[in-house]
Design a protein around this ligand. Structure first.
Ligand SMILES: Nc1ncnc2c1ncn2[C@@H]1O[C@H](COP(=O)(O)OP(=O)(O)OP(=O)(O)O)[C@@H](O)[C@H]1O
Ligand SMILES: [Mg+2]
Length: 300
């Protein structure tokens, strides 16, 4: 199992600091980078893949700088970019066979490997269809399959669930869980539920920095005492929704149930509750993640 060390990794784009002195040690397990748009997730992942050179700092794999390892390091890597490119006129099977050849997967095992990957991501029966006929979820699954062709010890997935429906998301999570043994899996998302159940370590990223890191329970511990529940009259609920960060809101009879995040008690009668990762996201990013936006839309 390789060990990856990020040592004060920084990336500037002209005057913009996209990644700011990130230091991390990554070993076997699933690492979930959670952050809003523009937090620096893709930039950091591209540097870990070696496709982007840090402005300063170093990334080492088992003690050696990855740029010096070059091909040897790439052999360990599987990467699903955020803007994953494919050939729409290729069939899924042909596409994977083509990429297996590009990744120098030995010819005698490549055919079997492609079939194994198609089975793993549930595309076996669609392998002869052109990719242009695939749904967004099927394309993402194909992207995971291509990243796994060389049986990588370091698997990097940038927003692997974007465009997936809830059922596809669950399927994706199960695939990642099954794959995590004996690998470093790094994935980025802005959707809490993608990483809540499968990540060994959550890393909250904002403005190029890692704000918090740890297991789900360690990270949620950081907002202990700041999450509140309250059953409000509809008008009062509107006012509280304006004034506080609300992580859940739903109609409950003729009242409105609110779950909100606040350093101090938001109103008389509010009850402190145990925080979840969704509350943590709201606390650090002060914006509502996709999941909660959907909840609110349904409730109102
Ligand atoms: N090639 C580039 N040239 C200039 N600025 C860039 C470039 N790539 C990224 N940036 C800037 O760096 C910051 C971090 O971008 P990045 O794409 O890494 O964020 P992200 O967390 O992946 O966001 P998203 O969730 O939207 O994918 C942003 O402000 C972005 O505009
Ligand atoms: Mg990104």
């Amino acid at each position: 199992m390789p060990e990856l060390i990020l040592d004060r990794v920084t990336k500037h784009f002209k005057h913009k600091i996209a990644v700011d002195q990130v230091s991390l040690r990554l070993e076997e397990g699933v690492y979930g980078f959670l952050g809003a748009n523009g937090a620096g997730k893709t930039t950091l992942l591209r540097m870990i893949c070696g496709v982007l050179k840090p402005t300063s700092g170093e990334i080492r794999c088992d003690g050696a700088e990855i740029r010096k390892l070059d091909g040897e390091y790439r052999y360990l890597l599987g990467y699903l970019p955020q803007d994953f490119g494919y050939y729409p006129d290729f069939t899924a099977k042909r596409y994977l066979e083509y990429l297996a050849a590009c990744k120098a997967v030995p010819k005698d095992i490549s055919r079997e490997k492609v079939q194994e990957m198609l089975r793993l991501v549930g595309l076996e029966s669609d392998q002869r269809a052109k990719i242009r006929t695939f749904s967004g979820g099927m394309i993402r699954r194909l992207g995971i399959a291509q990243a796994l062709l060389n049986d990588p010890e370091i698997l990097i997935l940038d927003e692997p669930t974007s465009g997936l429906d809830p059922k596809e998301r669950i399927r994706f999570r199960n695939i990642i869980s099954a794959l995590s043994k004996g690998r470093i899996v790094i994935l980025s998302t802005h959707i809490v539920s993608d990483v809540e159940f499968i990540a060994d370590k959550i890393l909250l990223m904002k403005q190029g920095q890692i704000l918090e890191q740890g297991s789900v329970s360690e990270v949620t511990e950081s907002v202990n005492g700041k999450v509140w529940e309250y059953l409000a009259e509809p008008e009062e609920a509107m006012r509280l929704n304006e004034a506080f960060a609300v992580s859940n809101l739903r109609n409950d009879g003729d009242k409105v149930y609110l779950r909100l995040v606040s350093d101090s008690c938001p109103c008389h009668g509010a009850r402190q509750v145990k925080p979840g990762l969704e509350d943590v996201y709201l606390y650090y990013f002060e914006e509502v993640s996709e999941h909660v936006e959907n909840l609110e839309r349904r409730a109102l």
